[in-house]
Design a protein around this ligand. Structure first.
Ligand code: NAP
Ligand code: ZN
Length: 375
């Protein structure tokens, strides 16, 4: 047997868990920077809970609340400047995957004057500040990963920082913050969580330990699939948040695969939400993996409670509705970019450039005016 598993994050799950366990923050640092998005954390109660927990422990803090979805390098550099100016010694990320990822990059940049190449190298002269993560979407699992994914205009895509030093120290998971998620965000983020578990299970870096988490995550998401576009009770919200953290545990071990590499272009060039981008491409991706008659695809469908791959297509079409159109030129450009991504190499069946082009064009339907150009 030859296996590795590493997860240094303390995971705390439950209603009111931040208030209940706030004393843990005393062991983390003496002044915090709360990193969050523009609006949602103020509405769903997470920011207030964090502020109250810090106040209860007499820990001063400063708030940076300008993280945009798919955060840019410019924004995290700006926030790191604030962290230095305010002399904070730990970072609390609060929000969806975007503020959580931003918090990790800020933790690096607050103590390291590095250029973009060094930022993405994963090696830093000074140990990044400790990070605490409070997710308010149930999708990315960023609260338990060593990845910070930023938008990088230099490569016209999203790019991942990978460093064991940015695993959050503590993840506080309270599903109450996800109760008011709009249906569209609920669907997109649940599909993101599903793609983490699924890709991790189908990754050539999967091992027995990562697969145990992937199986559980897919079973839970499968049991919730039909509820995603409906009014949801708290128990379902809790299940989705749990499935999402399990998905994060999976990709922390396996990385993502071709599905994520391809989805990044849809997000970068066409502003398609991260999870939705994965969902739009998922059926054709699974067909690629199934090309050689993989038992593992059948197992995935069983775990999701689906009869066959066509049943998955139907579920995805119901949830995601009309897909964004794509042109022949976009197919070419997106495929070239995706083929260069590091995580393509993790895919069980590594796609050729022709495979990638075919997945894009079949998933999104090439714009009719341009169909005359043969792919
Ligand atoms: P997000 O980009 O963090 O947030 C999307 C939108 O949802 C924002 O407008 C946000 O509003 C809103 N929102 C967040 N929580 C809400 C709540 N409880 N109620 C209502 N609205 C809420 O979305 P995400 O899908 O969670 O994260 C996507 C990002 O995570 C991408 O950049 C992706 O690349 C990354 N990701 C990272 C990992 C990893 O391991 N590090 C894994 C997968 C994905 P505000 O802006 O007002 O907060
Ligand atoms: Zn993802």
């Amino acid at each position: 047997m030859n296996m590795e598993y590493y997860l240094p994050t303390k995971i705390i799950i439950g209603k009111g868990c931040i208030a209940e366990k706030s004393a843990l923050l005393n062991n983390i640092g003496s002044k915090a920077l709360i990193v969050t998005g523009r609006r949602s954390a103020k509405i769903n109660g997470s920011q207030q809970d964090i502020e109250e927990a810090l106040q209860a422990n007499n820990i001063p803090y400063y708030i940076f609340d300008a993280i945009e979805p798919n955060p840019s390098i410019k924004t995290v550099r700006e926030a790191a400047g604030v962290a230095r100016r305010e002399r904070v010694d730990f970072i609390i990320g609060c929000g969806g995957g975007s503020p959580l990822d931003a918090a990790k990059a800020i933790a690096i940049l607050a103590v390291n004057e590095v250029d973009d190449t060094e930022l993405f190298s994963g090696q830093y002269p000074n140990t990044p500040l400790p990070v605490i993560a409070v997710p308010t979407t149930a999708g990315t699992g960023s609260e338990v990963t060593q990845y910070s994914i930023l938008t990088d205009d230099n490569i016209q895509s999203k790019r991942s920082i990978t460093s064991a030093a940015i695993f959050p120290k503590i993840a506080f998971l309270d599903a109450i913050y996800t109760e008011g998620l709009p249906t569209e965000v609920t669907i997109n983020t649940a599909i993101d969580a599903l793609s983490h578990a699924m890709e991790g299970y189908l990754s050539n870096r999967a091992n027995d330990i990562s697969s145990i988490y992937a199986i559980k995550s897919m079973q839970i998401i499968g049991s919730c699939l039909e509820l995603l576009d409906k009014e949801m009770n708290f128990a379902t919200r809790e299940k989705l948040l749990y499935a999402s953290v399990l998905g994060g545990v999976v990709i922390a071990q396996t990385g993502t695969t071709a599905l994520h590499s391809m989805g990044y272009s849809l997000t970068y060039f066409k502003q398609v939400d991260h999870g939705r981008a994965n969902g739009l491409l998922m059926y054709e991706y699974l067909k690629l993996i199934n090309r050689e008659g993989s038992d593992k695809v059948r197992e995935v469908l069983n775990l999701l409670g689906l009869e066959d791959i066509e049943a998955l297509k139907l579920v995805l079409a119901t949830l995601l509705k009309q897909s964004e159109p794509i042109t022949v030129q976009e197919v070419k450009l997106f495929s070239e970019i995706a083929a260069k991504a590091k995580n393509i190499g993790n895919t069980l069946v590594i796609p050729s450039i022709a495979d990638i082009e075919s997945i894009f064009s079949r998933s999104l339907g090439v714009s009719p005016r341009l169909k005359a150009f043969k792919l």
